[in-house]
Each structure stands twice: as structure tokens, then as C-alpha cells.
Design a protein around this ligand. Structure first.
Ligand code: SF4
Ligand code: SF4
Length: 260
């Protein structure tokens, strides 16, 4: 069997296994594949170092011909509406915390699925970004060496486009989807990176001044980190905000197309 047929058959099997795991978990999601090299070349230097440490002696061959699989699990309606919900003029933080708990639950689902796929496809799982570190670091820059960006994997695998809110926008689930990744040496068919479809939409910029002013702020993600710390002081249990996810899902120009 030639290389192209291998890739096709392996990818079909990968999709079948992924769907079976999704069904077992009673979740919905999507999967994509990109090359290890493309992801590595786009990562920040500190994250490249992290990926070298993870792949050890396999690094050179993976860089030459390896792949990274991106798996995504979507949130369920109506949890996104619990973000920044105002019954009167008061924000309902306990309700917002329900979204934080769902974030945690989906991470756990991904962290069961990623090792299961890794074990069947001779891979290395990169778990979902769990958080919990945001208050441990002095600045968002200290956070980057701790994680490998699933968004870079997702974007290059064609699962969605990079939105103005910097999240990956899936054509069905909006950015209400979380990711984990699996590194593998197995030959697979790659997805095609999507160009941004945001166009003239400004829903996430309207919802968050940090996104709106991202070009003039030194690093808007540091403002975001501080806002998340503020939310934690209000009783939110995880490192989340989510207002830019809700804005994209509910107010963007794709709101009629998105469904959870
Ligand atoms: S998570 Fe919240 S603070 Fe951070 S960019 Fe999105 S809306 Fe703004
Ligand atoms: S809200 Fe609009 S501009 Fe922002 S990421 Fe979603 S589609 Fe793009």
C-alpha cells in the first residue's frame, strides 16, 4: 500500500475512533490534523522548548514527518448564556460559575479522550489547558512556557479560523469548543488552514475593551489575566471569563449559523 493510501486509511480510522469516543462520552466535537513542523515553527520560543522536552529523542523525526491531531469538544446549550448573566443590573456570579464548572468538565472529557487516541495511534497526548496557574504567575508572559498552544494546532488543522478574539472559531460551534492534541508519527491526511471569516463583525470587540484596544495595549492578554483574577475574587472557581465566547456565539454575524 502506498503512502497516500496509508494516510487515507489511517485518517478514516482516526475519525472513527474519535466519533466512538465522543459517542461514549455523549459529547459533540470535531477533529483535525496538521503537521508537527508547521505547529512547531509557529510556536513561541519557550513553547518550542517545551515541545522538544516532550518529544525527546523523537523530535527530529517528528519534525521531519510527524503530525499533530487536534480534538475538540463543544460546550452545550444553554451554558454559554450563564456567562456574565444579568438578571437585574447585577451580574449573577454563581450562575457564571456553572460555566466554569462546565469548562472543567469538558477539560476532563478531553483528558480522557486524548490519551485514549494516543494509545491507539502510537502518540503522545497533550492535555487540555487546565488553568489554575493564572494567579501563580506575576505576568501572562510567565504562563506561556507552561503550555503548548492547542489553538495553533487547531488553526492549522482547519478546525476553525482564528477570530478577532484570538480564539478558534468553528463554523458550527463558534468558539464554544475546547481542545487537546495528540502528537503522532503515523501518516495522516492534513487539514487546510482556514482564512479568517470575521470580516466586519465586531461582536467580541464590542463585548471586551481589551480586545477592542488590543493594538494599543502592551499585551491585552495581561489585562485579560487580571480580569480573570477579579472574577476569581467573586467566587468563580476556574481561570475563565468567556464573555468573548458568548459574544461570538450570541451576537456575531454568524449567530444564526452557530448551534451548540
Ligand atoms: S476572556 Fe474576557 S477579558 Fe479575556 S479577552 Fe475574552 S472577554 Fe476579554
Ligand atoms: S465575534 Fe465576530 S469578530 Fe469576534 S471572533 Fe466571533 S466572528 Fe470574529
Amino acid at each position: 500500500m502506498n503512502h497516500r493510501n496509508d494516510a487515507k486509511e489511517n485518517t478514516l480510522e482516526l475519525r472513527r475512533v474519535f466519533q466512538e469516543l465522543l459517542d461514549d462520552e455523549k459529547e459533540r466535537g470535531d477533529i483535525g490534523v496538521t503537521s508537527f513542523k508547521v505547529v512547531f515553527d509557529e510556536l513561541m520560543e519557550v513553547q518550542k522548548q517545551k515541545l522538544r522536552e516532550i518529544t525527546k529523542e523523537q523530535f527530529e523525526s517528528l519534525y521531519e514527518s510527524g503530525f499533530i491531531i487536534c480534538i475538540g469538544v463543544a460546550y452545550r446549550d444553554p451554558i454559554i448564556d450563564h456567562i456574565d448573566n444579568k438578571v437585574t443590573s447585577e451580574v449573577d456570579y454563581p450562575l457564571w460559575n456553572e460555566y466554569a464548572r462546565e469548562y472543567d468538565r469538558i477539560n476532563q472529557v478531553l483528558n480522557r479522550m486524548a490519551p485514549a487516541i494516543a494509545s491507539q495511534f502510537d502518540g503522545i497526548p497533550l492535555k487540555a489547558t487546565i488553568g489554575g496557574m493564572i494567579g501563580e504567575v506575576e505576568h501572562v508572559w510567565e504562563y506561556w512556557p507552561l503550555v503548548v498552544s492547542h489553538r495553533v494546532v487547531a488553526e492549522n488543522s482547519g478546525i476553525g479560523w482564528r477570530g478577532k478574539n484570538q480564539l478558534i472559531i468553528h463554523e458550527k460551534f463558534s468558539c464554544a469548543i475546547r481542545f487537546a492534541s495528540i502528537i503522532t508519527a503515523m501518516t495522516l491526511q492534513q487539514g487546510k488552514r482556514m482564512e479568517s471569516m470575521c470580516g466586519d463583525c465586531t461582536a467580541c470587540e464590542d463585548a471586551c475593551g481589551f480586545i477592542r484596544q488590543r493594538d494599543i495595549l502592551p499585551d491585552y492578554r495581561e489585562n485579560c489575566r487580571k480580569y480573570i483574577l477579579f472574577l476569581k475574587s467573586k467566587g468563580i472557581e476556574k481561570d475563565i471569563c468567556g464573555k468573548c465566547i458568548k459574544a461570538c456565539y450570541r451576537q456575531s454575524k454568524f449567530q444564526k449559523q452557530f448551534t451548540l
